[in-house]
Design a protein around this ligand. Structure first.
Ligand SMILES: Nc1nc2c(c(=O)[nH]1)N[C@H]1C(S)=C(S)[C@@H](COP(=O)(O)O)O[C@H]1N2
Ligand SMILES: [Mo]
Length: 199
């Protein structure tokens, strides 16, 4: 008997160049949540950028949807070692949200409904590197996957892509969020396998 590995759905470590070290491919979309799924009615939803002086800029759902929208296709990599290639999303680039924000702070804390937090340097959110997405695979983002809207920062491990995202807080200094407090890496580059503190 021979074992045929097609490269799809298998756990074999692949030499394919689009798969970071230690990751395997999945065709599923696993759900990973540290707590219950918050349900946010769209008429209660808002997104707020808070600068380092405490000044707030907010969008309600209608205002957010009136911003320029982008379709994007990206690979995502979870620290639990699954990767999913070519995922398609629609949402607002973080660049768009920061167009009228004046800040000299280099770090951010991302906040989500339900209390989730994760830290991302501002540079890693700008220049087309991150979005607040409301649509996955042509459908409204399912609540389990972060709907109404989630952050998508595909070049970092997926725990940085906060589900049910509702704000970005500007910080002068880097601070750990929820998983980072628990020992996960402060930056989380999948290509350098920065899973845990000290990696
Ligand atoms: N608010 C919130 N966002 C979160 C999480 C969470 O528990 N709460 N888990 C993170 C982790 S570890 C991963 S891998 C992805 C999982 O997203 P998914 O459930 O859509 O696959 O969401 C990230 N964003
Ligand atoms: Mo994860």
């Amino acid at each position: 008997m021979s074992i045929i590995n097609t490269g799809f759905g298998g756990r074999r470590r692949s030499s394919r160049p689009d798969l970071p070290p230690g990751q395997y491919l999945t065709q599923d979309f696993p759900v990973l949540s540290a707590g219950p799924t918050p349900r946010i009615p769209l008429d209660k939803w808002s997104f707020t950028i808070t600068d380092e002086l405490g000044t707030k800029t907010s969008w309600n759902w209608d205002e957010f949807n009136a911003l320029p929208q982008e379709d994007f296709t990206v690979d995502i990599h979870c620290v639990t070692k699954w990767s999913k290639l070519g995922t398609t999303w629609r949402g607002v680039a973080i660049d768009t949200l920061f167009e009228n924000i004046e800040s000299t702070a280099d770090y951010t804390m991302i906040h989500g409904y339900g209390g989730y937090t994760t830290n991302v340097p501002l540079d890693d959110l700008l220049d087309g590197k991150a979005w607040v997405a409301h649509t996955f695979d042509g459908e409204p983002l399912h609540p389990e996957h972060g709907g109404p809207a989630r952050l998508v920062v595909p070049h970092l491990y997926f725990w940085k892509s906060a589900k049910w995202v509702n704000g970005i807080e500007m910080l002068q200094q880097d601070e750990p969020g929820f998983w980072e407090e628990a020992g996960y890496n402060m930056y989380g580059d999948p290509w350098r396998e920065q899973r845990y503190q000290g990696d």
